[in-house]
Design a protein around this ligand. Structure first.
Ligand code: PHB
Length: 391
């Protein structure tokens, strides 16, 4: 098999890239280890930056999003029992918070890609990448037990944090930066009506809590927990008890519902420099991870492939490879700002058992400052809804 761009991974980075390339007349093939059903049902976060929504609309891929997503003018921050609305739309010239679950985005992108005649090979397990330092790299994979080879001009590893892509860059050519937080998030989905009209990010002495939504009848909630907690340590009654305590405000209470999905994720910040080696490029979680508190994961992945798609267009249209040389630096400029914002939101809103009393007070002051300052709120709003592009 042969294609121009061999993409590993049918997540946000891989699928957005395939669509952008298709619109530039550049063919690609996606190789994905999971089944289509697994990709379309994996529960992730759900906040799309304003420009991502506009990009989906410009690509003609936002019909269902426009019908089913939830658009809010802001978010609420809460400290103790004090809840305050931040007017993010007013602070950003009208940008909205769009809540549309990541797997819903993926369903739309997969359906449209297949309708365009695009090739996505599900349940295809990568065994090796070769030739990335030469002119004709190849992805080796197995499909239903058969060994296959996809020859390409370039390989894009959009294969997530645990995928094989990043490891194909020699150790000496990459440097990794990491922070592992001493807490995790327990996330639930439940059948309940909405309790509050927008997201609530709450700092509480017991730990962080986040109220978000999926539909009028399905709500998504998260609470800070021990990262190593087994899910059995959190029977439903304990989850509701923690949520009620952390989110309570005078005269308001959270509406409970039947929990039908729950899981615990660790929180990590991670960046791999570089994002290119020869004819291999990294995009999305393969190169960087953020804790979900800033809602940046998918958005940073799409920002990477926006830059990368342009580099490929420039190469195929004008035989100009300059975009490949600047890809990592351009992408990393935005990534580090996303890392900073995600780290800042996380430290400001969580209870860190390992922090000093001084740091604890500073993080509380950080939040008090945001709640009392329009200037600080404008900075939060700009980062939350998507920094402007400088390229
Ligand atoms: C979500 O809706 O799942 C969500 C929203 C915002 C976050 C994290 C998760 O910061």
């Amino acid at each position: 098999m042969r294609t121009r761009i061999g993409i590993i991974g049918a997540g946000p980075a891989g699928l957005f890239l395939a669509h952008l390339l298709h619109r530039a007349g550049i063919e690609s093939v996606i190789v994905e280890t999971r089944s289509r059903a697994a990709v379309e049902s994996t529960i992730r976060a759900g906040m799309l930056e304003d420009w991502v929504v506009r990009l989906l609309r410009a690509m003609g891929l936002a019909d269902r999003l426009d019908r089913e997503a939830h658009f809010h003018d802001g978010v609420s921050l809460q400290v103790g029992a004090v809840r305050q609305h931040l007017d993010l739309a007013g602070l950003t010239g009208g940008k909205q918070v769009t809540i549309y679950a990541q797997h819903e985005v993926l369903k739309d992108l997969i359906a449209a890609r297949l309708a365009d005649g695009g090739e996505i090979r599900f349940e295809a397990h990568v065994t090796a990448l070769d030739g990335i330092e030469g002119d004709s790299p190849a992805i080796h994979f197995t499909e239903a037990g058969d060994a296959r080879r996809l020859d390409c001009d370039f390989i894009v590893a959009a294969d997530g944090f645990h995928g094989p892509g990043r490891d194909a860059i020699p150790d000496a050519a990459r440097r990794e930066y990491q922070k592992v937080y001493p807490f995790g998030w327990l996330g639930i989905l439940c059948h309940a009506p909405r309790s509050w009209p927008e997201l609530v990010y709450a700092r509480h002495e017991d730990g962080f809590a986040l109220l978000t939504t999926r539909s009028d009848a399905i709500q998504r909630l998260y609470i800070q927990c021990e990262p190593a907690d087994p899910i059995e340590a959190w029977p439903d009654a304990r989850i509701w008890d923690a949520l009620h305590r952390r989110l309570a405000t005078p005269g308001w209470s959270l509406t409970e519902g039947a929990i039908f999905q729950k899981g615990i994720i660790p929180l990590r910040s991670f960046v791999c420099e570089t994002m290119r080696h020869g004819r291999l490029f990294l995009a999305g979680d393969a190169a960087h991870i953020v804790p979900p508190t800033g809602a940046k994961g998918l958005n940073l992945a799409v920002a990477d492939v926006r830059v990368l798609a342009r580099a490929f267009e420039r190469f195929y249209a004008y035989d100009d490879a300059a975009g490949f040389d600047t890809y990592a630096a351009t992408a990393l400029g935005r990534i580090w700002k996303g890392e900073r914002f995600s780290w800042w939101m996380t430290t400001m809103l969580h209870r860190d058992p390992s922090e000093t009393d001084f740091e604890h007070r500073i993080h509380a002051a950080d939040l008090a400052y945001v709640m009392g300052s329009t200037a600080a709120q404008a900075a939060l709003a700009e980062n939350y809804l998507g920094l402007p592009f400088t390229d």
